[in-house]
Write a protein that binds this ligand. Structure first.
Ligand code: ACM
Ligand code: ZN
Length: 766
């Protein structure tokens, strides 16, 4: 019997998923059983997998042969086999009949990284033209291992597999918080297991310099340390600090150790040495490299800082070249990342040296000065045989001739670079920044902001539709970025990285046509057996809720097909005897919905909780003078859906206007006497979100004559301004709310001089 999963009927797939889910809890507890489970379960999904009948039994006496010139790390395979069986396999120099043979075969018409994996009753073979392919075949083999009682088997399969993208990366910021060599190795193991092949190591930033450079000892003694660290989220006002010196760096020996460890797992390590911005830690040690001469200190909180490398000072270039001279030999990678992001230009604007350089070089402005900076460093690195990567700001003022662009602020940078025939790595913040929240649950650890659930990572399509076939060739791959401002220890980092980076692995490796989120979730659950040693998030079990039917009901949903949801409206914790959810829950008064997911009678994931506030405005028709914009064009009716926006500003509740004013009119449907009015606004300056200058509420009975009933000019210094105003009782059918935008962000705030967002949610009328 042979079944090709690519061609399976949908109904078959649904049955298969149901079966898999029925076994999910067992998989999750690590008790992986082959019974009845017919999918390979491999992540990332292989290009072609065909199941045959029978299986191969791995026994203590089974031998392993690996051909090829360079040693191949089998550590993950050895460890997993040992965990499930208690034994490891002995090696054979010669191919083994009835054994496991990994063979480099250069006669095969395969590309690098491709592999063929065949499992039959007679044995297992993995073939590839290089060690990369063998390594990836071996990772797939590990995922095929099943345990039934004491018997270890591998179901018979023919797998042909190859990556969609050549570059499959994860970035890790170690400047804001450091992680031990041991932790990094542990994560590299998992990245390699899911066929990620690039580790982008963000080694320098305002808050700390993390790589030993022998020529500049003050980098180790000064730049690697900060006096203290911000407590809590940077949006908090005023800032509070812990008073504890923090820091450290990786010695060159440790760097070599990590690079070699990654390399043995087919992972290339690309170092990032930031320039010309994010340089404050360097300036603390070498103030002559800044435009003002200082004094400077290693930053103690998070953000974008004005003090950057002086682009008019030759010593800056000498310093950076000296640094790179020591970095280059540590990293065999063809690429060095030189940052280029978030470099404010105001110091350059006021610096005689920088202005002199602009004039002498016939540069138009400070953006062209940044291009000069990057292009000059590119020439230096090219001469040493290295290519550069930079964040998408390196497009401004003109791209350096051979630079690869990492598109992080959106898709636009990547699209523009590909159109200019530059290579591109897609890392858009909205889809691939793992410092965003992955859950809306209030118990989540503090995160940078924004909402990026596993599903949104998985559903991101890296190839921009705007590019034609020729331009698409320049999209080399895709990467998830892990910024560590709020990751003060390895456990917090693991929680943010896993499992979202596994979704990244699949979108980077697997064919677009095979994308299927429920299928991925099923395989992910089964993969729990490989993740037990990690503090990974199970936010994919989150129940999601939505106000429906003009806010008269509340709908709950889950991405897990065979799970059940049970809920309460009486504030009690939902259990197995609570009401089973089947249709949207009628909501007749202000309520709190609490809900829990159950699989096979066991609670999984965190409890869902949503407060629904009913007022006279809830569910009533809203007319907007201007729709929301960009990500915050959420539709007028969200303003009266009973759900109030939270700090997770992009979860679809906040309506936002960039630079412009807000005006909404609610029709209460009939004339009523009202006593209270309000609308929440969001003051989150790090997201360029500012409270209005003025918030007015007016009422009318005929839509002709309006009377002002409330006026507010003072708002909370930060956070959600949720003032509800008592008014002199007034008769009203129409309630009009006007909020005026401060328009341009004032000096002293993040994004000064650019348009401010005005954010509003939930109109309340009582
Ligand atoms: C970045 O997130 N500043 C690249
Ligand atoms: Zn300068």
């Amino acid at each position: 019997m042979m079944t090709c999963f690519l061609n399976r009927a949908l109904s078959d797939r649904v049955k298969w998923l149901a079966l898999l889910f029925a076994l999910g809890v067992q998989f999750f507890s690590g008790n992986i059983l082959a019974q009845g489970y017919s999918g390979s379960g491999i992540i990332p999904k292989p290009a072609v997998e065909m199941k045959h009948s029978g299986s191969f039994a791995i026994q203590k006496t089974t031998r392993l042969h690996i051909s090829g010139s360079t040693p191949l790390s089998t550590a993950f395979f050895d460890q997993y086999l040992k965990d499930v069986s208690g034994f490891t396999l002995s090696r054979s120099r010669e191919p083994v009949p009835k054994g496991i043979n990994l063979m480099v075969d250069t006669r095969l018409k395969l590309k690098s990284e491709r592999y063929l994996l065949d499992v039959s009753r007679q044995g297992i073979t993995i073939k590839a033209i290089d060690e990369k392919g063998l390594f990836y075949g071996l990772q797939s083999l590990v995922q095929l291992i099943r345990k039934k009682g004491k018997i270890i088997t591998v179901p018979a399969y023919h797998i042909q597999d190859e990556p969609r993208f050549a570059y499959r990366g994860m970035h890790l910021d170690v400047a804001r918080h450091l992680f031990s060599v041991q932790s990094i190795k542990k994560w590299l193991d998992v990245l390699a297991f899911y066929k990620i092949n690039t580790f982008h190591w963000h080694l320098t930033d305002d808050q700390g310099w993390r790589i030993e450079i022998k020529k500049y000892p003050l980098l180790q003694s000064v730049s690697a340390y900060r006096d203290e660290t911000l407590i809590g989220h940077k949006r908090a006002n005023p800032h509070r600090f812990d008073g504890k010196r923090y820091g450290g760096y990786y010695t060159q020996e440790e760097v070599k150790e990590i690079v070699a460890y990654a390399s043995a797992r087919q992972i290339t390590t690309i170092p990032e040495i930031e320039m010309p911005g994010h340089a404050q830690a360097v300036l603390a040690a070498y103030p002559n490299l800044g435009c003002t001469g200082g004094p400077y200190q290693t930053a103690t909180y998070w953000g974008v800082f004005d003090d950057v490398f002086c682009a008019g000072n030759e010593e800056t270039f000498q310093f950076l070249e000296g640094v790179l001279d020591e970095v280059i030999p540590l990293f065999p990678s063809a690429y060095i990342h030189i940052g280029g992001d978030e470099c404010p230009k105001n110091r350059w604007h006021n610096c005689p040296k920088c202005q002199k350089r602009i004039k002498a070089g016939h540069l138009k402005d400070e953006h062209e000065l940044q291009s000069y900076f990057i292009a000059r460093m590119e020439r230096y690195l090219n001469a040493k045989g290295k290519k550069i990567i930079g964040w998408d700001e390196i497009l401004e003022g003109g791209l350096a001739p051979d630079a690869t662009v990492m598109s992080w602020r959106g898709l636009e940078g990547g699209i523009a670079a590909a159109k200019q025939q530059h290579e591109v790595i897609m890392t858009p913040e909205k889809f691939l920044y793992l410092d965003y929240y992955q859950s809306l649950n209030k118990t989540e650890q503090v995160a940078a902001g924004g909402y990026l659930p596993l599903k949104k990572v998985y559903e991101y399509e890296p190839m921009p539709a705007e590019l034609n076939a020729a331009e698409q060739q320049y999209i080399k791959g895709v990467q998830a970025n892990v910024w560590s401002e709020y990751l003060s220890d390895a456990s917090k980092a693991e929680y943010m990285i896993f499992p979202r980076v596994i979704a990244l692995a699949e979108i980077a490796w697997s064919a677009k046509a095979s994308k299927n989120y429920p299928d991925f979730l099923a395989r992910l659950q089964a993969n729990g057996r490989f993740l037990k040693h990690l503090n990974y998030s199970t936010a994919f079990y989150d129940i999601t809720g939505e106000s429906v039917n003009e806010a008269k009901a509340f709908a709950l949903s889950t991405d897990l097909p065979n799970a059940e949801i049970r809920y309460t409206l009486n504030d009690k914790k939902p259990g197995l005897s609570s009401i089973k959810y089947s249709v949207p829950i009628p909501i007749t008064k202000s309520s709190t919905v609490k809900a829990q997911l159950f699989i096979a009678g066991k609670p999984v994931g965190k409890m869902f909780e949503q407060v629904i506030v009913k007022s006279m405005a809830t569910g009533k028709k809203v007319t907007l003078t201007h729709s929301g914009e960009g990500n915050y064009n959420i539709g007028a009716q969200r303003l009266t859906n009973g759900i109030q926006g939270s700090y997770v500003y992009n979860n679809g509740e906040w309506l936002g206007l960039s630079g412009g004013d807000f005006e909404a009119m609610v029709d209460l449907g009939e004339e009523k006497t009202i006593h209270e009015v309000g609308i929440n606004t969001l003051n989150y300056q790090w997201q360029k979100m500012h409270p209005p200058k003025l918030l007015l509420v007016e009422v009318s009975t005929d839509q002709q004559v309006y009377k002002e009933v409330s006026r507010q000019t003072v708002f909370s210094v930060e956070g959600i301004n949720a003032a509800l105003h008592k008014i002199t009782p007034a008769k009203a059918r129409y309630v009009r709310i006007k909020a005026s935008n401060i328009e341009i962000i004032p000096n002293g705030f993040y994004g000064a001089g650019t348009k401010a967002w005005l954010m509003l949610d939930e109109i309340i009328v009582n």
